[in-house]
Write a new protein. Sequence first.
Lengths: 437, 446
Amino acid sequence: MIRFLVVISLIVSFGMPARAGLDIQTVQSPGGIKAWLVEEHSIPFIALEIRFRGGTSMDMPGKRGSVYMMSGLLEEGAGDLDAGEFLRARESLAADFGFDAHGDAISVSATFLRENRDQALELLRKAIQEPRFDPVAVDRVRAQVISIIAGDQKDPHEIAANAFDRLAYGDHPYGTASTGTTNSVNLLDRDDMIVAHQNTMARDRMYVSAVGDISSEELGRILDDLLGGLPEFGAPIPGPAKVGLTGGVTIIDNPTPQSVAVFGHAGIRRDDDDFFAAYVMNQVFGASGFTSRLNDEVREKRGLTYGIYTYLATYDLAEMYLGSVASANDRIAEAIDVVRAEWVKLAENGVTEQELDAAKKYLTGAYPLRFDGNGRIASILVSMQMDGLPTSYVDTRNDRVNAVTLEDVARVAKRLMVPENLRIVVVGQPKGIEATD
Amino acid sequence: MQRLLFIAILIVFTPLLGHADETVTTFTLPNGMDAVVIEDHRAPVVTHMVWYRIGAADEVPGKSGIAHLLEHLMFKGTRRMKSGEFSAIVAANGGSENAFTSFDYTGYWQRVASDRLELMMKMESDRMRGLVLSDEDVETERAVVLEERNSRTDNNPGALFSEQRMAALYLNHPYGVPVIGWKHEIQGLTREDALAWYEKYYAPNNAVLIVAGDVDPKEVQRLARRYYGRLRPSRDLVARHRPEEPPQISPRRLQFVDKRVAQPYVIRTYLAPERNSGDQEQAAALSMLAELLGGSGLTSVLGQELQVQQQIALHVSAFYDGMALDKSGFGMVVVPVEGVSLQAAEAALDAVLAKFVETGVDESHLARVKSQIRAAEIYERDDIQGRARGYGEALTQGLTIEDADAWPAILQSVTADDILAAAKMVLDPRKSVTGWLMRDTVEVTQ
């Protein structure tokens, strides 16, 4: 699967904290690097979040997996330190650095103490700007990536998601796993890591936020040291994916007692005028939690699954409406029948006033609760920037949810929910359901 | 790179706790319900939890899974509320909620805006004594639980392997039975089983209330008295004495073969003592031992030796969780690189352990671990739900608030000699289970 931060980023990029006293400052370094900041001086540490748009979709032709592997090598030696020396230095400072890559971005998440902030940042600077990609580390991480690929090939959820992506996006980078294949990863070398690093981690696609025990002046000062040495421009980001998905059923034989299904069709853009109506609609229909229609019909009434959910996937280069359910091989057909029937019902009838009201109450009430810890807030602030939202979005978001009407939901349901376009990929040994192609 | 997600690793150092400052207050209601209030006024949010001192290891033979099934059934109706109404009201208030079952405890939580605390207490207290179940409720939810077992265990060879290893580690103690239950026993659970469990164990004198967030402890106490204080205690509670392990005198070995295995590995677990009230020093030494041996990948003893020097492992780790009512497990995993057999990996693991016991602890390594523990106390203050969980786990597993608060200092006081002594004590082959997770019966040396 394309290793988007699917669920996480959806939650995060949507709801913004409305905590009393939340004050988002915009900071610009002397060298021109911009960042968002929330000062929080009650605990002496800082969470820093940096993202580079593009991510694993930036792999060069024939180099699938290079960005993913490169991100895993950032903590495996940098500057004058080999992997062991780098990690021991980080441990001594009790700092925590996370490097990750998915279909739309590379993310760097750092947490460090105020008391040794400058040393921690110097170490982080080396990882971001001067990764060594030592051959021994390249080989070590390559073997780990290949092991991850092997695991994904046996994991029913990954098998289903990968097959779905292939059908949906074809030759676009979204259509293949961001880890690459065993073959492609085996061919990657140190030079490919250097190219992947230069192509993707550049200042023209960089977003930064900080939350914690640091002032705006201090943050401004450190940004140039930390990030100023990166290339000004990276490689071009690919264009939008053409979603070539058709309705139907795909079955992939897999020896497990429970079938896993991934289903969906085209979705709606984050900047669409009807996005909020769609978001509220999804809250009623299949959002995770115990109160959605799908949960009620498939789990509560019929006991067919432990979990069913849907979500609006608003990636940078495609938008989908997706869901997943898992049921025993002899029960998955019934679960899918219920999903289809609910799909039709929603398209035809929209939602009730009571459902709309409950969804709005949940979404607006849950909004301030997402403001949960420095690292979490830093991540939200970066997502807001990547979505092109202003800092004031925090104050207007609930109004937009509340403005959604029954007619809005009915309109967007009619437009979005297209039962005949629904593609269902089932991994397992399902009974009572046939592949259509 | 540490992303080999297929092995669930216990986290050694969380929850740490250890700042029994003015932000933590406790009280006990006249009906026996204990309460902890943790203040954090940074955001107008509260986490409300009720923990019961009852878990899967308290089940009677033949009824495995009843603790967990009952946890699911607690979301059905009460004398005052319809089935599903609880969740609908939490959602209508913008809240999130869930529940969890372990060997030693069962817990329920909601996270809401702090001005909704009273409503949560009202509903949670209502379902502590007022649950109403129909046969249909039980039948449907049992099907959901069987699907949960499919998702978590039966679809996952690593999880099946873990179940078998636990069964082998415990010769007599119920930690050898999976929390979710054996499939054939889940299938036989009834409404009567669920209600008997509920009546006996769901009562204020078997519960711990934890409220964490933007609250005033006096107000919490007033509300707790009002809603939980009126509930009738259970008279059927007995001390939690589970069947004990006999002397373990023979090493056990397992080979679990499944075509769905993507990555073979070897895993060894030793029976190990747990944290006890007023007596946590040995558990602290074991925690530090696990951290040194395999807590940090490449830089740990096993990582340095097997990943960096010999380059025969893709991944290593060591684990120990002393937070348990009864005897716990201390273990380590080696995932060999392609071309290295499980036998060779196991031999290399044993060689590293032998060398460690002989040469002892690297003091600079120990200092690094201790500096991380110190910092974890600071980072943890940012995680109010983690703090709430930490106290809940302690109070349902035989520890006190004081024990929980003392833990970081006890970890800091552990010496190299303590660690070595703990290693010699715990690494006793007669108390061990060694498992090979394999794709084929014949191990192919690639």
